[in-house]
Design a protein around this ligand. Structure first.
Ligand SMILES: [Mg+2]
Length: 253
C-alpha cells in the first residue's frame, strides 16, 4: 500500500475492519465538485463499491450530505442507502424510517438570497427544507457581498446559522449538524456498537469529525485546509481509489 499517498493505507484498513460503521459526505468527497450542484458526476464503479462495502458491514454505511435525501437517492439509483440530508435536518435510517427535524422559517433569508441572485445572474440559490444555500462558484468575485448580505439575513432569523463552505454560503438550522446526524445513526442498528469512520471535505463536516473522534472513531478530511480530522486524503479521487480497494478486499480472503 506504500504507493498510495496520504492516509490511504490507514483508511483502507478502517473501511475493511469488520467492526467499522462507515459515513461519507457526498460532494467533494465521493464526487468532484462541479460548477453547479447539478453538474457533479458519479464515477463508474462507485455505486457498486458502496453497495459491496455496505453489505460487508451489515448495512452500517450511510451518506451524510448537505443535499436533500431525495437528491442523494437520485444520484445513487438504484442503490438505496441510509442517508442524512440537509446537514442532518432529514434522515432515513437503515430500517427505512424517515426523520425530519423541526426547522426555523427561512422565508426571509430565501427572499433576500433570491433578490441578490436576481441582480447578479452568476449566483445560484437553493431552497431546501429549513435551509437556503447561495452558491457563488460562477461569480467568485461576489464572495464578500454574498457574505455580507447572508450574514445580515441570518442575523434577522433566530435559530439559523450561516455556514461558509466551498464557494457557498448556507443558512441552516443551528440545532442540527452532521455530528448529530451521525450520532442518531450510531444509536440505531446496525451502526450501534461499531466504530465510526467519517470522510468529508468541507466546513460542515467538522461537526461530524468532532463527534466520531469523541467516541473513538476517526475523521478523514478530503483535500486541503484546516481540519480536526485525524486522517487526511489528497482528493476525492484518492478516496474513490481506497473505496474501490476496500469494497473488493474483504471478499478476496
Ligand atoms: Mg462536501
Amino acid at each position: 500500500m506504500a504507493e498510495i499517498p496520504d492516509d490511504s493505507a490507514a483508511l483502507l484498513q478502517l473501511l475493511s475492519a469488520p467492526g467499522s460503521a462507515v459515513f461519507f459526505d457526498f460532494d467533494g468527497t465521493l464526487v468532484d465538485l462541479a460548477p453547479t450542484p447539478d453538474g457533479v458526476r458519479l464515477e463508474a464503479g462507485v455505486v457498486d463499491a458502496l453497495m459491496l462495502l455496505a453489505r460487508w458491514h451489515g448495512g452500517a454505511l450511510a451518506l451524510v450530505s448537505g443535499r436533500p435525501v431525495a437528491q442523494i437517492d437520485a444520484m445513487l439509483a438504484p442503490l438505496i442507502l441510509p442517508v442524512a440530508g440537509v446537514h442532518g435536518v432529514e434522515r432515513r435510517g437503515a430500517d427505512g424510517t424517515r426523520h425530519v427535524a423541526a426547522t426555523p422559517d427561512v422565508s426571509s433569508v430565501l427572499a433576500h438570497a433570491r433578490a441578490l441572485a436576481a441582480v447578479y445572474p452568476g449566483l445560484l440559490v437553493e431552497h431546501k427544507r429549513g435551509a437556503v444555500a447561495l452558491h457563488y462558484r460562477l461569480a467568485p468575485e461576489l464572495e464578500q457581498l454574498c457574505l455580507q448580505e447572508m450574514t445580515l439575513a441570518v442575523q434577522a432569523c433566530p435559530g439559523l446559522l450561516l455556514l461558509h463552505g466551498k464557494m457557498v454560503l448556507e443558512a441552516k438550522p443551528a440545532a442540527t449538524d452532521k455530528g448529530g446526524a451521525i450520532a442518531a445513526f450510531m444509536a440505531e442498528a446496525p451502526f450501534k456498537g461499531r466504530r465510526p469512520v467519517f470522510a468529508g471535505d468541507d466546513t460542515t463536516d467538522e461537526a461530524g469529525f468532532a463527534y466520531v473522534q469523541q467516541i473513538g472513531g476517526q475523521g478523514v478530511k478530503v483535500g486541503s485546509g484546516p481540519s480536526a480530522a485525524s486522517l487526511r486524503l489528497a482528493s476525492p479521487d484518492v478516496l474513490r481509489t481506497v473505496l474501490l480497494a476496500a469494497s473488493v478486499s474483504p471478499f478476496k480472503e
